[in-house]
Design a protein around this ligand. Structure first.
Ligand SMILES: *Cc1c(COP(=O)(O)O)cnc(C)c1O
Length: 841
């Protein structure tokens, strides 16, 4: 497709390259072309940092001037060459997996936070997806993204004169967004369709480019659709339950169809949260059609290639739909699958009381994927707990959910000062490598340099805060004099603390306001002052969250706080980047375990900022006393107001007695040595671990490759392996009830115990099961003990039975151990795909 068709004019020959540069969202993290855009239109660049918008807005005359400016044309050529070089560079993926056993990965997500220029995200989930695409581009991972193009992005925040939150929903005009329509084979606009009750929904396809990675987006705003349906992709997380279901049908079913229309056949499908779970149905349905197999066998085959990442820390957070609603939308679809509605509903069935009559998308995802993970070590544990109902009688540690801790795309969040120091000490493109040498490199940087970087990064933040505050004040009707005063406020030498996040109550955004006067004393101390930058949006339907916004606004308007603190309006990626680059300390106060991972605190790492955070999400695995500060006792306390008060007290104490003194205690050169020591440890140890580079490599090496191979094995030879697995599964289902234990004996001695147990298998093949000896972990955070018992002689008698035995060293009492029988198949994940278990009673 010729992208220029979508510009309101043609470009002079010398400037043709601008279109390609403007459409590649890589300008977002590779700032080498910034000056180019600045030169095109300084004012627009300052206001939007959006090259595509600039290109669409500037005059023909300006373009002609630029075309005759040889310096500009040379610079454009240089940038164009850089881009070519980036795209042709050899990558981590090529070097490590040159044979590409992986094929292609399709990454499905309800939101993508790539840039303010493409506002199709609301928070952490989207930012993660955006950072992941950027990293996949850097590392050369063969991946495509699938999402929705919303007509309205997430809302924009403003304040009224009293400090109440106002919400605005600006319209995303697709022709002004850096996306291009996808074309079909005959040059027509690529269109796919999905069936809704009594009608067909048509979806148009768009493409955004993220370096090497395409992001495909669907939207329903097509004249062919009913007026009501044109709004299905109208608003991210807008509308009621029915609209959410429609959106998820578009993402999962429509998304898979779009890939097919583009001739992309992924081996691996990655579901970023349960919203996308319908893709497992559609992928299986297509497999079924192409191979003429049953739905269950097709799901068995395709499931192996699906990966599910859950982000939810409490069962109440799972996405659910009433049975009645699902039945209405899928009545035609189940006929195509050749299954009953009950069989479909059973895929999202919760088994437990809570979930009766509702279809749980996370459960569908779990039942349709071959690998499942949470997003931090702690969240992995929490997820094993909340998915327990799907694995009756299985111990919690064996619930088949592992974790890949989130990370952030460092080049998107680093400051110019940090980037310079990183390049000097770790080499150019350190984020493209395996990160092994990074820790050592930081131990060779001296204190002055680290401290100078911090000071250099704080300055532009203060400058931007002044300008933002001035704009905010002007918008609220403050006098011109007052507005001008804002440009003098704040001090680039003062300890700067940031707190910015969605104002959901579990994040406890006002914990620091528990004792406002104490906070005021902290901020306004004349010797050792602190400046506090707060930002965040409350969901427009969340009354409580909006009250918390108002509380901060009330506090910030106290005259004595003037110049010591500010609530910055309209938290978004742009503001987030300014904050994480400049602040010295990032605060995070969620109620454990509600923050599945959290990523904003990771963004300060590369900039030498420190974290003070609740021991939740990523911080629960990152925290050591050398790298920052921790809040809470590492336990769960639910919504306990008394406990919140305890933590508020702890927070004040930490700030007053540790953070402020560490920052202001200086040596003869004016360097806060203990602060800088923490900076060094945090930079050296945490940055590589919490970078998206590490995360993307983990997904590739430990999830995608094994998923791709498992899928290929199952699908080969017209799915013969899947057919065998299905037979195996049917046989276990039919005969599991007959399985029983016979005599169990233990011979104890001072050194070892000998365990023997008789198991009657009936019609189950001895190779289809494993008899194990299991003991709960001791201490509770250790691994459980689980050994396979050896099969001995066949027992005489009418049903097939065997004697199984095992010997264990006598470190634990024999009574700790219990024999059990579980399924076994070399090509299957147990208990994920077969959750039978029988314990000796
Ligand atoms: C990074 C980021 C988030 C996610 O941060 P949390 O730690 O999950 O709060 C949310 N919104 C924006 C704008 C961000 O940049």
């Amino acid at each position: 497709m010729n992208p220029e068709r979508y510009l309101p004019r043609s470009l002079p020959q010398q400037l043709k390259g601008l279109t390609e540069l403007a459409l590649d969202l890589r300008w977002n993290w590779n700032h080498s072309a910034d000056t180019l855009w600045q030169k095109v239109d300084a004012e627009l660049w300052e206001a939007t940092e959006d090259p595509w918008l600039i290109l669409e807005s500037i005059s023909r005359k300006r373009l002609e001037t630029l075309a005759s400016d040889t310096d500009f044309v040379d610079e454009l050529q240089r940038q164009f060459d850089y881009r070519k070089e980036y795209l042709s560079q050899s990558t981590w993926f090529e070097e490590r997996h040159g044979d590409n056993k992986l094929g292609a990965v399709a990454y499905f997500s309800m939101e993508f936070g790539l840039s303010e220029a493409l506002p199709i995200y609301s928070g952490g989930l989207g930012i993660l997806a955006g950072d992941f695409l950027k990293t996949a581009s850097d590392l050369g991972i063969p991946l495509v993204g699938i999402g929705l193009l919303y007509q309205q992005g997430y809302f924009r925040q403003a304040f009224d004169t009293d400090g109440n939150q106002l919400a605005f929903f600006p319209y995303n005009n697709p022709t002004m967004l850096p996306v291009l329509p996808l074309q079909g084979p005959d040059g027509e606009w690529l269109r796919i369709s999905v069936e809704l009750p009594g009608r067909t929904l048509y979806l148009r396809g768009w493409q955004a480019q993220v370096g090497r990675i395409p992001l495909y987006l669907l939207d329903s705003n097509d004249l062919l659709n009913d007026p009501g349906d044109r709004g299905i992709t109208g608003e991210l997380y807008g509308g009621g339950r029915e609209m959410r279901l429609q959106q998820e049908i578009v993402l999962g079913i429509g998304g898979w169809r779009l890939l097919e229309a583009l001739n992309i056949s992924p081996t691996v499908c990655h579901l970023n949260e349960g919203h996308a779970a319908f893709v497992v149905l559609e992928r299986a349905r297509r497999f079924m059609e192409l191979n003429d197999r049953s739905f269950s066998l097709s799901l068995q085959s395709t499931r192996a290639g699906n990966v599910f990442t859950t982000h939810t820390p409490v069962a109440a957070g799972f996405d659910r739909f009433a049975y009645e609603l699902v039945a209405r939308y899928f009545s035609g679809y189940v006929k195509q699958l050749g299954i009953s509605m009950d069989a479909l509903l059973a895929l999202g069935d919760g088994l437990d009381g809570d979930d009766r009559d509702s279809f749980n998308m996370a459960y569908l995802a779990l039942r349709g994927c071959g690998r499942v993970n949470g997003v931090s070590r702690l969240h992995g544990e929490v997820s094993r707990r909340i998915f327990c109902p799907l694995f009756p009688r299985w111990p919690q540690h064996e619930i088949p959910i592992s974790h890949v801790t989130n990370g952030v795309h460092m080049p998107s969040w680093d400051s110019a000062a940090a980037d310079a120091l990183w390049t000097e000490h770790c080499g150019k493109g350190s984020w493209l490598s395996t990160l092994e040498s990074i820790e050592q490199a930081w131990h060779n940087v001296d204190d002055e340099k680290l401290w100078a970087m911090r000071n250099r990064a704080r300055q532009p933040l203060v400058e931007k805060v002044r300008q933002r505050l001035a704009r905010q004040q002007a918008a609220c009707g403050v006098s011109q004099e007052g507005v001008l005063q804002c440009l003098q406020l704040f001090d680039p030498n003062v300890l700067t603390i940031g707190f910015a996040r969605r104002f959901a109550s579990y994040k406890r955004p006002t914990l620091l306001l528990a004792d406002p006067d104490r906070l005021t004393r902290l901020l306004t101390d004349t010797e050792r002052p602190v400046q506090l930058l707060i930002a965040g949006k409350a969901h427009p339907q969340d009354e409580k969250g909006m009250r918390l916004v108002r509380e901060w606004n009330d506090y910030m308007r106290r005259p004595e706080i003037h110049g010591h603190g500010v609530f910055l309006v309209d938290y978004d990626m742009g503001l987030a980047a300014e904050l994480v680059q400049g602040v010295d300390l990032w605060l995070n106060t969620p109620r454990r375990p509600w923050e599945a991972s959290g990523t904003s605190g990771m963004k300060v790492l590369v900039n030498g900022g420190l974290n003070l955070s609740e021991l939740d999400g990523w911080w629960a695995e990152a925290y050591e006393p050398e790298v920052g500060w921790s809040l809470g006792d590492g336990q769960e306390h639910d919504h306990d107001a008394a406990w919140d008060a305890v933590e508020a007290e702890e927070l004040y104490m930490l700030l007053e007695q540790e953070v402020v003194p560490a920052f202001y205690t200086r040596d003869e050169q004016g360097i806060p040595t203990s602060w800088v020591a923490r900076m060094r440890q945090s930079l050296a140890r945490l940055t590589p671990r919490f970078s998206c580079n590490r995360m993307a490599r983990e997904y590739t090496d430990d999830y995608y490759l094994s998923a791709a191979m498992a899928y290929r094995r199952r699908a080969a030879d017209n799915a013969s392996l899947s057919a065998a697995i299905e037979q195996w599964h049917i046989s276990l289902t039919n005969h599991w009830q007959q399985l029983r234990f016979g005599q169990y004996t233990v011979q104890e001695s001072s050194t070892r115990h000998l365990f023997q147990v008789e198991v009657y298998l009936g019609k189950i093949l001895p190779t289809a099961v494993r008899v194990e000896l299991y003991a709960d972990p001791l201490p509770p955070d250790a691994d459980p003990v689980c050994v396979t018992m050896d099969r001995g002689e066949m027992l005489a008698g009418s049903t097939v039975g065997y004697q199984y035995h095992a010997t264990m060293p006598a470190v634990r009492p024999a009574a700790n151990y219990t024999p059990r029988v579980i399924p076994y198949h070399a090509d299957l994940s147990v208990p994920l795909e077969a959750n039978f278990i029988r314990w000796l009673e």
